[in-house]
Design a protein around this ligand. Structure first.
Ligand code: PGA
Length: 264
């Protein structure tokens, strides 16, 4: 592929899968599974986002992995502390040594009421705490049916990024995950589906941050597989992949990564 080289990001969200021991085994097994896949791709950054309970095991395993690997949390509460049963704050994640926080995943939005308004507080809080902050946006099947995918992601970005300080922009990443494409019951997207919305995401980042918005990595996610990943990474505005179930084994992760780097 002949496009200007930008950093490239490939990671997976374990969702509610894997114990601490299983997560540590995954991370330890990644390097041998990757072999020389990353040779010549020194600008690639990998990340793994396990459940909260796996984070204390994942952080030291990642430090020993010999890979450019971030460990991320699946969400974070915006308050420093308080009466928020079941929630986790930035300070708690900092104490564990987490690198990244995922915010606004479609399952958090749909099943746990993670709203745009809450995200407008969470994203600045995560960035302010020094985390790489991966914000997910994406339209539902209904919104796609009405042809408002581009407007939907632009609105989600406008609200979630409203309080972001431009100085924190280097730690922001955006994942475009069409809700209709996620999970075993989802319909895999085609690159044509992704292109227009990825343009809208890039446009919204430019509207909000000017030229600096062009530097924010935009990842694609939703039923990414070894067979379809090449079509997504070849798109102009896509800087990486956010993978679910296809990357929950080290061999699966390694296979998608290798295919993506080939198509880059
Ligand atoms: P999937 O998950 O690749 O299994 O569709 C993607 C995601 O939810 O981020």
């Amino acid at each position: 592929m002949t496009r200007a080289r930008r950093p490239f990001y490939v990671g997976t969200n374990f969702k509610m899968h894997q114990t601490p021991a299983e997560t540590a085994a995954f991370i330890t097994g990644l390097r041998p599974a990757l072999g020389d896949t990353l040779v010549g791709h020194e600008d690639v950054r990998l990340f793994v986002i396990p459940p909260f309970t796996s984070l204390p095991a994942a952080v030291p395993a990642a430090a020993d992995a010999g890979l450019p690997l971030w460990v991320g949390a699946q969400t974070m509460h915006q308050a420093t502390e308080g009466a928020y049963t079941g929630e986790i704050s930035a300070r708690m994640l900092q104490a564990v040594g987490v690198d990244l926080v995922l915010l606004g995943h479609a399952e958090r939005r749909a099943l746990f009421a993670e709203s745009d308004a809450a995200l407008s507080a969470k994203v600045p809080a995560a960035l302010g705490a020094g985390f790489q902050s991966l914000l997910c946006v994406g339209e539902t099947a209904e919104e796609k049916g009405f042809g408002v995918g581009p407007e939907t992601v632009a609105r989600q970005l406008k609200v979630a990024l409203s309080g972001v300080d431009a100085a924190h922009l280097p730690n922001l990443l955006v994942a475009y995950e069409p809700v209709w494409s996620i999970g075993a019951s989802g319909t895999p997207a085609r690159p044509d589906d992704v292109m227009g919305v990825a343009d809208a995401i890039r446009g919204a980042l430019g509207d909000r941050f000017g030229a600096a918005g062009a530097e924010v990595p935009v990842l694609y996610g939703g039923s990414v597989s070894v067979d379809n990943c090449g079509g997504f990474v070849a798109l102009q505005h896509i800087d990486g992949l956010f993978i679910g179930r296809a990357a929950w084994t080290v061999d699966g992760f390694a296979a998608v990564l290798a295919a993506a780097l080939d198509a880059r």
